[in-house]
Write a protein that binds this ligand. Structure first.
Ligand code: ZN
Length: 110
């Protein structure tokens, strides 16, 4: 479970940006094609926040859908896995253009 390390990093980055203020809410964007499980991040978040300025903060996770672009015909295809086939020409040569991100979208401080 690499989510613990990822969550620790997120908490560290947010804490640094908070500059000593209490953080009440953190919003993350997690791509559906990333290997990160949103549930695991939720699970680790409270543990990682203990003893930091994020203690008691609410975590919100927005799941970003996966999109691939076909190298052959240029069509954009929705993906639920990091591979697939083009809806138009059935090509398997897809570039993933969305869905692999992990971003801290917003944070609220008190
Ligand atoms: Zn295509």
């Amino acid at each position: 479970m690499h989510e613990l390390g990822i969550t620790k990093n997120i908490v560290a980055i947010v804490a640094e940006h908070a500059e000593g203020l209490s953080v009440t809410r953190v919003t993350l964007e997690v791509g559906q094609l990333s290997t990160i499980m949103a549930d695991s991040i939720h699970f680790c978040f409270d543990i990682c926040c203990q003893g930091t300025v994020l203690e008691g903060a609410t975590l919100e996770i927005i799941e970003v859908p996966g999109i691939g672009k076909c190298q052959d015909c240029g069509a954009e295809v929705k993906l639920s896995q990091p591979f697939g086939r083009c809806d138009c020409c059935r090509s398997a040569k897809l570039d993933i253009i969305q869905g692999q991100e992990l971003k801290i979208k917003e944070m609220e401080v008190r």
